[in-house]
Design a protein around this ligand. Structure first.
Ligand SMILES: *Cc1c(COP(=O)(O)O)cnc(C)c1O
Length: 500
């Protein structure tokens, strides 16, 4: 039902308010010729309608949301509240430096924290999504090779399980993509890599832990092989949650990376909401980082703030932007100002809330929860894609058997999970495992929630074997049933038009 269906002529939201001012002072040529096409409803009807509509959605605030590779974890309200401070939200992006020292100090510290977390030498916060970070990273790889006159390198190597944005970013930067095979245990096939790597290799893009939910054990060997051939290593940081506080991509030999702050660092996401994909680089790529970055030019006097008499502003500029003139080899700008400031601030507050110990707990519990859930599902007879490997923060189960024996697909089972009040895990990704779920419970779920998912999947498996049509026609309890997903993506039409 749309809000227009509630409309009754003459009903009005300000029914309880005094009569509105007359509009006599608006010149005739600015007046509407016809009344605006608005629903005629009471204020309370508006509130109820939109509150009800909002609750028809699945969300991390209302349901378990184990969407593999997306890290749909709880984002602490404290981080949100601090980032929403009026001093931040009210700041104009063109405000002069002396009025922006607070924001710049947070961004500078975030750069420093992310350097520490990743083992990189420099960080730029401006990319506004993981995919944009990838684009920036590959552009830096290209700038590096070009700068050295090394122009024969026209290939980026990408393992077959990679996220679709990896090859897309490489192609957008003008590279050819060369696929690298994986072994049956999920690790990179060294023979396939050796065959692919050579004088044409500009770099290799790798996610570790990989999108197969396993840690790449030969990362040292891989990095040596690519470096010896003159290529660079790109780290897709979407899975950083698994290793936070334990392992640094810099120590694994990576030269450049992006992080998805909206996955790992406290921004709720989904549905295309705002994100941030900062990039980090090792020594060799430092000159090419996108601008602006933040530099500290003096001593931060914050610690002495207590000595400053009340009402006296310290206007000395300790922090400043680094722009094109400061960084002549930069690949340039990726956003109008400094990226998504609100998302960066949430990440800064969250990182400070966690501290070193908290970061380690994130990685530890994300991994513990995934291993617990994987073990319970395995014991219940579900098929792990890599049964001999210990999962990281996510793992894959395959329903290929159910498809063969009962004609029930992973998509059917995903839809049926919605009836149990659980958002479906990622389906059919990575592409190389047939009929799969990629399940990422995250560190913020309780054991009860994980147990409930096991119970739900066992009950669905029972239906698959006894009444498969119930599963194949799911969901049964949601306001919309199966959608034509291709049409929804290609011909999405959200306009409402008045009935004739
Ligand atoms: C999410 C994700 C990306 C892309 O990140 P966006 O922020 O959605 O652009 C890249 N790689 C992997 C493995 C991901 O999970």
């Amino acid at each position: 039902m749309t809000i227009f269906d509630l409309s009754k002529p003459g009903r009005i939201a300000r029914a309880q308010m005094p009569a509105p001012k007359s509009a006599d002072d608006i010149p005739d040529n600015f007046r509407r010729k016809e009344p605006a096409m608005l629903p005629e409803v009471s204020e309370l009807q508006v509130v109820r309608h939109f509150t009800n509509v909002s609750q028809k959605n699945f969300s991390i605030d209302t349901q378990f949301y184990p969407l593999g590779s997306c890290t749909m974890k709880y984002n602490p309200r404290g981080a949100h509240a601090a980032a929403s401070h009026a001093g931040f939200t009210g700041r104009h992006p063109l405000a002069p430096l002396e009025f922006s020292q607070g924001l710049l100090s947070c961004l500078f510290e975030l750069q420093e924290i992310l350097k520490e977390v990743t083992g990189m030498h420099g960080v730029s916060l401006t990319p506004m999504a993981g995919a944009q970070g990838e684009f920036a990273g590959i552009a830096m790889i290209r700038a590096y090779h070009t700068d050295r006159g090394d122009t024969e390198r026209d290939e980026i190597l990408v393992p077959t399980a990679a996220h679709g944005t990896n090859p897309a970013s490489a192609v957008m930067c003008g590279y050819k993509v060369r696929e690298v095979e994986l072994l049956a245990d999920g690790d990179v096939d060294m023979a396939s890599l050796s065959a692919a790597v050579g004088p044409h290799t500009a770099g290799l893009m790798l996610t570790n832990p990989s999108t197969c939910g396993v840690f790449e054990r030969r990362i040292g060997e891989i990095s040596a092989l690519v470096h010896e051939a003159g290529g660079l290593l790109y780290y897709d940081g979407a899975n950083l949650n698994a290793i936070l506080g334990r392992v640094k991509p810099g120590d694994m030999g990576f030269d450049v990376l992006h992080l998805n702050l909206h996955k790992t660092f406290a921004t709720p996401h989904g549905g295309g909401g705002p994100g941030a994909g900062p990039v980090g680089v090792g020594q060799r790529l430092l000159p090419y980082l996108p601008v602006p970055m933040v530099e500290r030019v003096g001593e931060d006097t914050q610690e002495h703030a207590e000595d400053t008499p009340e009402g006296v502003e310290d206007t000395q500029c300790v922090y400043r932007w680094l722009d094109e003139p400061d960084r002549p080899k930069t690949i340039g700008r990726l956003s109008t100002f400094m990226g998504n400031a609100g998302i960066l601030l949430r990440a800064f507050v969250y990182a400070r809330m966690l501290g070193n110990e908290g970061m380690r707990r994130v990685g530890d519990y994300a991994t513990l929860n995934a291993n617990y859930l994987a073990k319970r599902l395995h014991d219940a007879g579900f098929q792990l894609a890599y049964p001999e490997r210990r999962p990281t923060h996510e793992f894959i189960i395959s329903f290929a058997d159910d498809t063969k024996r009962f004609g029930v697909t992973a998509m059917d089972i995903a839809k049926r999970l919605l009836d149990h009040g659980i958002h479906a895990p990622t389906t059919y990704f990575p592409l190389l495992i047939p009929e799969c779920f990629l399940i990422e419970p995250t560190e913020t779920e309780t054991k009860d929630e994980l147990d409930a998912m096991v119970t739900a999947l066992i009950s669905i498996q029972h239906e698959v074997e006894s009444t498969p049509e119930v599963v194949k026609s799911a969901p049964h309890t949601l306001p919309v049933k199966r959608l034509d997903e291709v049409r929804a993506a290609r011909q999405l039409d959200l306009r409402w038009t008045r009935k004739a």
